[in-house]
Design a binder for this molecule. Structure first.
Ligand SMILES: CC(C)(COP(=O)(O)OP(=O)(O)OC[C@H]1O[C@@H](n2cnc3c(N)ncnc32)[C@H](O)[C@@H]1OP(=O)(O)O)[C@@H](O)C(=O)NCCC(=O)NCCS
Length: 141
């Protein structure tokens, strides 16, 4: 939970999406350095609810390895598409786009409507959620 809270500040919200979800971790030996929670959304769609790497281990390739593993695992298991939402349009956006995620919609004021307190990242308040989708190349209907 400590790790997941780094990517999503509301523990109640995290608990609400854990039932029915799968949680994966990236580890270096015995040390858990990253985590990713993925939830089935029906009709071959899976949503990345949370992906995070310990701050001390960021920018070392763990996040890329974890995301790539998630994409390969779900696409090879027959998923049609993988979705993710982000409110941060900085390096995180490039992180997903580099793996083929495309912008599919914008949920305006998502962070104002769904969180009791304003959320700031790098001094910028988060308002809108950008929704991204990766179509699994071999399973597109
Ligand atoms: C997003 C996150 C999971 C990426 O994991 P990571 O292990 O740092 O990623 P990688 O080391 O594989 O790096 C991926 C790219 O992101 C860049 N990056 C990672 N952290 C960064 C930071 N704090 N500032 C700027 N760029 C950053 C890396 O430089 C790299 O880009 P490059 O290939 O052009 O050099 C991680 O930074 C994180 O946990 N962030 C906080 C939580 C979060 O924002 N989660 C996503 C919510 S949408």
């Amino acid at each position: 939970m400590d790790l997941l809270l780094l990517a999503d500040p509301l523990s109640d919200k995290i608990r609400s999406y854990l039932p029915g979800a799968k949680c994966f971790v990236a580890s270096n030996g015995e040390v858990v350095v990253g985590a990713c929670v993925v939830k089935p959304r029906g009709a071959g769609t899976y949503e990345i609810m949370n992906i995070v790497v310990q701050p001390a281990h960021q920018k070392s390739g763990y996040g890329t390895a974890l995301l790539k593993w998630i994409i390969d695992f779900f696409c090879e298991s027959g998923a049609g598409q993988i979705e993710v939402g982000t409110g941060t349009f900085g390096y995180q956006l490039a992180f997903y786009q580099r793996h083929g995620f495309r912008v599919t919609s914008i949920d305006h004021d998502f962070f104002v409507k769904n969180y009791p307190e304003p959320i700031f990242e790098n001094g910028i308040q988060l308002f809108d959620m950008l929704r991204l989708t990766l179509r699994c190349p071999d399973n597109v209907t």
